[in-house]
Design a protein around this ligand. Structure first.
Ligand code: PRT
Ligand code: ZN
Length: 287
């Protein structure tokens, strides 16, 4: 009998490609992603990998040509296809925003009434304007949206923003956030039971990689009379590990902290008398 496999679509070349391939590799899935390949097969996991343009991925997954895909939420929202968003993946974070020329007198969303807004996201933008009760003209262009106001093609734009430097260099100012986006794992709506089992296995690994990338392993030396106070700062997965050091009166404390809390916690640990603080990246983390 033919072995059941899942087919996953990844972006061929672009902002999602490296992280998408990297995520599967961190999940322990080996495959040859040599330059220019359109299709490959994992050697140690029942997965076939297609490399496509990101805009095509929701449709391929909706049609069942691929069972899974990794794509930006912005593309899923615009494509409006019947796919299931299974998991947020934490990379390619950005927002779809409306921006106006710096000198434009912007008071509220009503200031957009009657304007021509250039975008590659007509559906998402139109839905947003409708929700807000604003009537504006949505002008569809597919690239270099940010130059539209300066060449007289539009009064405002709606485009993806991450650092904001593209808007800044084009004399534009962000005034409304239409949606936040990050890479997501999407799936075909009607996977077969065997395919669902493979997806569960893949998801288990993806979640372990995600948790690991969000957390850091921390080791520190602590005077014994401070252990209790320090442990309160470091709840860890269950509770911190405390081991005696060769030097009496001191212990080594090991724990896991969220990367966003890192600097704040380290400052408090120093204040509590911790020394020799080491912070290590985690490859996988299973709760
Ligand atoms: O060829 P293909 O169709 O596959 O790729 P693409 O050119 O359509 O997409 P690509 O690779 O540029 O982006 C893929 C996905 O990355 C997007 O759909 C988003 O989900 C996500 N992403 C995250 C971004 C950005 N950040 C981003 N900053 N996509 C585009 N940008 C562009 C934006 O359009 C603008 O031109 O970067 C510029 C703004 O960046 P800042 O840093 O100056 O604000
Ligand atoms: Zn694209």
């Amino acid at each position: 009998m033919k072995e059941e496999k899942l087919k996953i679509a990844l972006q061929k070349a672009g902002r999602l490609s490296e992280d998408s391939v990297g995520l599967l590799k961190k999940c322990g899935i080996s495959f040859n992603d040599g330059f220019g390949k359109l299709k490959t097969e994992a050697v140690n996991f029942p997965l076939e990998i297609f490399f496509l343009r990101d805009d095509d991925i929701p449709e391929y997954v909706a049609d069942g040509v691929a069972d899974l895909g990794i794509v930006g939420e912005n593309v899923v929202a615009e494509a409006c296809k019947q796919v299931e968003i299974i998991e947020k993946l934490g990379f390619a974070r950005c927002r779809l925003s409306i921006a106006v020329p710096k000198g434009f007198h912007y008071e509220s969303i009503k200031s957009l009434s009657g304007l021509r807004i250039a975008t590659a996201y007509p559906k998402v933008l139109s839905d947003f304007l409708k929700r807000k009760g604003v009537e504006a003209e949505v002008h569809v262009i597919s690239g270099s949206v940010e130059i539209a106001p300066s060449i007289g093609l539009a009064d405002a734009i709606c485009d993806l923003v991450s650092s904001g430097s593209t808007l800044f260099t084009n004399g534009l100012r962000e005034v409304e956030t239409v949606m936040h986006s990050e890479a997501v794992l999407i799936a075909h709506r009607n996977l077969k039971d065997l395919q669902k089992q493979i997806l569960e296995k893949l998801l288990f690994r993806i979640r372990a990689v995600k948790s690991a990338s969000e957390n850091k392993y921390i080791l520190l030396n602590v005077p014994n009379d401070r252990i209790e106070r320090i442990c309160r700062l470091l709840p860890g997965m269950k509770s911190p590990t405390v081991m005696p050091l060769a030097e009496s009166g001191w212990s080594s404390v090991h724990s896991v902290i969220h990367k966003d809390d890192f600097w704040e916690i380290v400052e408090k640990l120093k204040q509590e008398g911790a020394q020799g603080i080491l912070v290590i990246s985690i490859d996988q983390m299973v709760r």
